[in-house]
Write a protein that binds this ligand. Structure first.
Ligand code: SF4
Length: 464
């Protein structure tokens, strides 16, 4: 290769690297947008514009050592042996398909039963496979594990130096879970606060001792029994170190033996009101939408001098226009990259759409004013916090809706049709490499999990 050819090649590589969006992601977003049903193609919709959707693993480690009422896992799940080699193979295949169909840079949950029942090296190998396929992994755990496990996960076994610079975990804590060490049965959500705090403290210690940074989410299932405690959970947890507080109204999915209450006694609006009470401010979830509003609400904001400040004001037309300008300029651009690369990509994004600049700059001024002014922001840096509600659907509705969709049919029944609309706009997919399909998590848990776990029970028993 001549010197000139070498230079050309390096320039081509630099051009590709500094593109605001990977070409595969651009294609994946366009496909996603085309597939979405008309009712969610709203001006604030992020699916198909900013993200291709969240992803999760399935059929990898179904077993869990705590018990929940309700539990979304099928009756067979706890009889399936946790197997590191099986997990590594499955995660690799599922993530490869997601990379192909959804492009790079998407958030993916390493989820099943309890992730920390995997050996720490197997857990690390699964996270590394997810990253290899361009995913941003988050481990979903009940949080009942020790610092030694976290340290073994974060550090390479031979060198003792970090094998990850950063870890993302979601800790699921609520009083419907039984068998946690130290508190087999919590009588209230408040009794779990020390365990939530200890969970955050482990990651803070890991950062202090080894420099491994973290992003922590808190998940909580909500039923009529604990909804009145949600505000206190939010109020207490928002300063513990979590960056996201996520709530899932219980649904009738999974093991029927673990359905104990009338979960539909409250509405999603009531739950959202409780979250807002705890957050200490209105949560502007209509500013942005990810998928169908009956499934998801997301509110981005920050705490500035102890006060909740929304990132976007859903009543301010200028903020709504800002969202449109933002996605038009940046699309699915990944902002979590080294500063110099970020600057190069942002410059190119803005250079190709200079008309966005006034609107984009105007938002910053409004946010700073909402946060108390320049001096307030500079002296006490706002702390980002995201509030989420994700309402899974009942298996009795998902089953017929999904079966009809598989045959390409839309139901005339309003309830089933509504379920189909939500499935079509689903923002949380699981990959099936065997037939190259992506399946909404609701359909996975309601329809496919029981068969899959029964098969795994046989396969992994035979492989022993
Ligand atoms: S269809 Fe189910 S899994 Fe998908 S976004 Fe809606 S509630 Fe979530």
């Amino acid at each position: 290769m001549s010197a000139l050819d070498g230079l050309r090649e390096r320039l081509r590589a630099l051009e590709l690297r500094t593109r605001p969006q990977d070409p595969d992601l651009v294609d994946a977003l366009a496909r996603r947008w085309d597939e979405l049903p008309a009712h969610v193609k709203t001006r604030n919709q992020m699916l198909g514009r900013r993200t291709a959707g969240c992803e999760g693993t399935h059929g990898v480690f179904p077993r869990c050592d705590l018990a929940c009422t309700p539990c979304y896992h099928s009756r067979e799940a706890n009889r399936v042996r946790t197997d590191g080699a099986h997990t590594a193979r499955e995660v690799d295949a599922q993530m490869a398909l997601l990379r192909e169909l959804r492009g790079p840079g998407q958030n993916a949950q390493l989820i099943g039963g309890e992730v920390t029942l995997l050996d720490a090296d197997d857990h690390a190998a699964a996270l590394q496979a997810m990253r290899r396929h361009g995913r941003k992994p988050m481990s979903m755990s009940h949080g009942d594990f020790d610092y030694a496990y976290l340290e073994a996960l974060a550090l390479g076994p031979a060198t003792g130096t970090p094998r990850f610079e950063h870890l993302s975990f979601a800790g699921h804590f609520d009083s419907m879970m039984f068998g946690r060490r130290g508190i087999k049965r919590a009588r209230s959500e408040a009794e779990l606060h020390p365990y939530r705090e200890a969970f955050c403290a482990m990651f803070q210690r890991l950062e202090r001792e080894h420099g491994v940074t973290h992003y922590l989410a808190h998940n909580m299932t909500v039923t009529p029994r604990n909804i009145a405690e949600v505000a206190d959970v939010v109020r207490t947890c928002r300063d513990m170190g979590f960056r996201m507080l996520s709530f899932q109204p219980a649904a009738f999915v999974g093991n029927t033996a673990r359905w104990k209450e009338q979960y539909r006694e409250f509405t999603t609006d009531q739950l959202w009101n409780e979250i807002e009470t705890g957050a200490g401010g209105r949560l502007h979830w209509n500013a942005l939408q990810i998928g169908d509003p009956r499934c998801n609400r997301t509110a981005y904001g920050a705490y500035a001098r102890g006060r909740y400040v929304p990132l976007l004001d859903e009543d301010d037309e200028r903020d709504l226009r800002w969202v449109e300008e933002f996605v038009a300029a940046f699309g699915g651009m990944d902002f979590a990259v080294p500063p110099r690369l970020l600057a190069a990509r942002a410059t190119r994004a803005l250079g190709s759409r200079p008309s966005s600049l006034p609107s984009l700059a105007g938002w910053l001024g409004r946010f700073v004013r909402r946060a108390g002014g320049v001096r307030a922001v500079l002296t006490d840096r706002p702390r980002a916090m995201t509030y989420v509600m994700h309402a899974f659907m009942d298996a009795k509705d998902v089953r017929p809706a999904w079966e009809l969709l598989q045959r390409g049919e839309l139901s005339d029944d309003p309830g089933i049709r509504a379920t189909q609309e939500r499935l079509q706009a689903c923002s949380y997919a699981m990959a099936h490499p065997e037939d190259r399909t992506l399946v909404p998590a609701c359909a996975q848990h309601s329809v496919l999990d029981p068969v899959e776990n029964a098969r795994l029970l046989e396969v992994l028993a035979a492989a022993r």
